[in-house]
Each structure stands twice: as C-alpha cells, then as structure tokens.
Design a protein. Structure first.
Length: 416
C-alpha cells in the first residue's frame, strides 16, 4: 500500500519535542524525513532521562521513529554546503531552534528561497513573530503558562497548574503539521513555497478556546453557571480554576469508586448530560429525582450538584471503575474510567488499533510508543525504530552525489 506523503522530502532540523512530534507524524504517513543533528551529540533528548546506559533515551526514541539521521555541523563550510544541497532537493524544512538561530547559521528565509523557491519552511517558536516576547526561548510549561492553560487549570484555592499533556510541545507540532500539509496543497496550485509558523503560545491558546469563551461570558454576566463556584462561591473578574468541572454545557466530576483509598486511579469521570438525567436517576437507584422539581432541570440541580455527586459516589462505593462503566454504558451515560499509564500500556484495544505499539530498536531492544492517533482506511501505518545518531549520514551524502572520498574527508574534518 502506498503512503500518502511518499515522494515528499523533509529536512528535519528539529529537536526536543515540538518539532520532532510534527516530523514524526509526517514520516509515519510516508515522507522521507532526514533528521539533521549535530555530530557527536545529536538531539539533546538522546541523552535526557536515560533508562539504559549508552542507549538513546525513550524521550528521543518515542518522537523520532520512521526517520533517517544525518549528522552535520552546519557551522562548518562543508556542513553548510551539504545543507544547501539538501535545501535544493527537498520540499520542506522544519525547525524549532531558538529565535534567530537559523539566520545566525546563514540560512535566512531569503537565502532559503534563493536556493529553492518551492521550499516550505516550517517553524515552531515560543511566541509568534512580532510578539513582544518573540525573543524568548520556550519550553512546554512556559507555553502552558503563556497560553492560558495554567491559569485555568487546577483548584481555585491552589496555584496555576500545568497539564501533563504536552499542550505546548506536541500540540504545537500537530498544528505545524496541518500548516505544512496546507502549504504543500497551496504549492500544488501556485508552484511557490512559503513560510509556515506556529507559536507555542498560540497553539495552547487554541486549545483553551472555551476559556476565552468563559471570560466573555463572565464579563457580561458576572458568574459562570457550570463552574463549582456557582451558585455558592465567589467570582472575580477573571476565569477561575474549576478543578475537574466539565468545560462544556454539562456538569461533570471525577468520582471515587471501590478501592480509591489504596488506588490513586480508582475513579471515573461522570458527566451529567441534560438529556441523560432520567437514565442517570434509574442507574443510580434514585428514580424519584426524575420528576422532583428540585432536581428535574439543570438549573434546579446546580445548587445540589455536590450532593448529587456524593449520592453517585455512594452508588459507586461497591463497584470498581470498570464495573461502574459497564453498568453506566447500558444507560448511555457519558463516562470513562480514569486510566493509569500502566493500564493504557496494557490495553488490548489500543494495541490492536496501533495506538500503542511495540517497536524494535537496534540498541534498546523493544520499547513501547504511541503510534498514529489518526487512522486511515487506505493507508497502513508501520512505526519503525528511531535512527541511531548519524546512522544514515553516508547514505544521505551519497544520495546528494558525494563520492566516498569526499564523505571520508568530511568525517575527517568533523563536518558530519
Ligand atoms: N550544527 C551546528 N550548530 C547547530 C546544529 C548543527 N547541526 N544544530 C543546532 N545548532 C546550533 C544553533 O545554530 C544554535 O546556535 P547559536 O545559538 O550559536 O546561533 C544552537 O545550536 C542552539 O540552538 P537553540 O535552539 O537556541 O538551543 P537551546 O538549547 O539554547 O534552546 C529551546 C532550546 C528549545 C529552548 C529553543 O530551541 C527554543 O526556544 N525553540 C523554539 C521553541 C521550542 O520549540 N521549544 C521547545 C519545544 S519542545
């Protein structure tokens, strides 16, 4: 089966997580992704938080599958020459260096366009160009704070809190991948390349859209009816942290199940969707609440919401999270068990769908990674191990037309 992006050549000048997550996705879908790394050290994540001495860290292997690795010192004349050749023969260059690094290396956008007018240059930065913070270097949690996620996550009586989900890194990479595919499509029509840029702040804010919705509602009304602060608590003039409250139009909360005293994840997320109220009452053995004017409508329930959750927890007390969901699914109630990483790693359905995959690596042996979350009916996705540092250097140089002698000389000069 052919892959959708076969024939697209990508210079992967990325490191850490945001850029590599983007290019890994494109590699799964068939692009030839050549990861350009500094000789000797490579992407810093190869060494970060190693669990096996002398083998690339999982941080690296889980973000760089299906790629080739070319070592290149782009600050040497030979390295620059190779990069120029690569630019002339590639479709896309993806980078997430600190602000100005590419220019300092001698590869400004004007220079890249001169070398290849069809080039798509895709960049991740912490802040967008022209932003008053556009000189800052940024990592994940910095972006979550700058993009509105931290101020709206956590408990109202606690500090701003970051999410474990990589909203700043991998999420920005996914946005960039959409930008690259869009630019490729436009190039099909115009024949011209372009610059595609995603900032981590913008990408986090894009996922916090409903919190900007809430700010405007709060400005107008002075309260937010679905937040735990309503109707008994106080609102200031900024969107508060809502704990585990549902962010949409229906209340929800994380509720204890059997065993919560000893198991940190013996919980379910329970949603009180308006039209599911009658089934909820039946499921939890409170049929009298169905017609009770104190409980019948969402507005009537809101002052009692904690009492309702407490009642549901009583019902959950003798059921594991899995037993509870198996009952509630029969009543069509939106809910799920809170799953630990250990449970997700072993989940049969995720293994079967290829979302959790076991991959072979030359040094590590087998490791688990998250495969493509996007499934296609006309394309099989095979996740392969990440490359060793410089594993494909000679191969890529030969493809660019370099002779064996020239390649040997470049190794000698530490340019590759
Ligand atoms: N050969 C020679 N030099 C290379 C090279 C190569 N193959 N690859 C990188 N370099 C150089 C760069 O040219 C740069 O040199 P300069 O600063 O002298 O001009 C240098 O390595 C460091 O680059 P930088 O990206 O600034 O690294 P850093 O470790 O100081 O910062 C980040 C790391 C992630 C904070 C920064 O890259 C950043 O803010 N990136 C944008 C946002 C982002 O993606 N954040 C991380 C998300 S996971």
């Amino acid at each position: 089966m052919t892959k959708a992006l076969e024939g697209i050549k990508i210079i992967d000048f990325t490191h850490v997580q945001a850029g590599p997550a983007c290019t890994q996705l494109l590699a799964w879908y068939g692009a030839d992704v050549i990861k350009v790394e500094r000789p000797g050290s490579g992407d810093v994540t190869r060494n970060q938080l190693r669990d096996i001495p002398d083998a690339d860290a999982l941080y690296f292997t889980m973000l760089n599958s299906n790629k080739r690795s070319l070592t290149l010192n782009t600050k040497t004349p030979e390295g620059k020459e190779v990069l120029e050749k690569l630019i002339r023969t590639s479709d896309v260059m993806v980078e997430n260096f600190g602000p100005g690094a590419l220019d300092r290396m001698g590869f400004s956008w004007d220079r890249i366009l001169e070398l290849n007018p069809k080039m798509i240059l895709a960049s991740v930065k912490g802040f967008s160009e022209g932003h008053h913070y556009d000189d800052l270097k940024v990592y994940e949690n910095v972006a979550q704070c700058a993009g509105g996620a931290a101020s709206t996550t956590g408990w109202w009586d606690g500090p701003p809190t970051v999410s474990a989900a990589a909203l700043g890194d991998s999420n920005t990479g996914m946005h960039l991948a959409i930008g690259i595919l869009t630019a490729l499509r436009q190039r099909d029509v115009t024949g011209k390349g372009q610059k595609v840029a995603c900032s981590m702040q913008d990408s986090v804010l894009n996922l916090c859209r409903v919190k900007l919705r809430d700010q405007q509602r709060l400005d107008r009304l002075g309260y937010l009816e679905e937040y735990p602060q309503y109707p008994h608590g106080e609102f200031s003039d900024v969107v508060p942290r809502g704990g585990n409250a549902g962010g949409g139009g229906q209340p929800g909360w994380v509720l204890k199940c059997k065993g919560w005293e000893n198991d940190d994840n013996a919980y379910i997320y329970f949603t009180i969707q308006g039209h599911a109220w009658a089934p909820i009452c039946d499921a939890i053995g409170k049929p009298e609440w169905k017609e009770d004017p104190e409980y019948k409508t969402a507005a009537a329930r809101q002052p009692h919401i904690e009492e309702i959750y407490a009642e549901i927890e009583k019902w959950l007390a003798d059921k594991t999270k899995f037993e509870a969901v198996d009952i509630l699914r029969k009543f069509d109630i939106p809910c799920a068990p809170v799953l630990s990483m250990k449970e997700l790693a072993a989940d049969k359905s995720l293994r079967e769908s290829g979302t959790i995959v076991e991959v072979a690596h030359k040094k590590r042996g087998k490791y688990l990674t998250v495969g493509s979350p996007i499934k296609f009916s006309e394309m099989d996705i095979e996740v392969t191990g990440s490359p060793l540092l410089g594993e494909h250097t000679d191969e890529v140089l030969a493809e660019l037309g370099y002779s064996d002698d020239r390649i040997a000389a470049m190794h000698e000069a530490d340019a590759v």
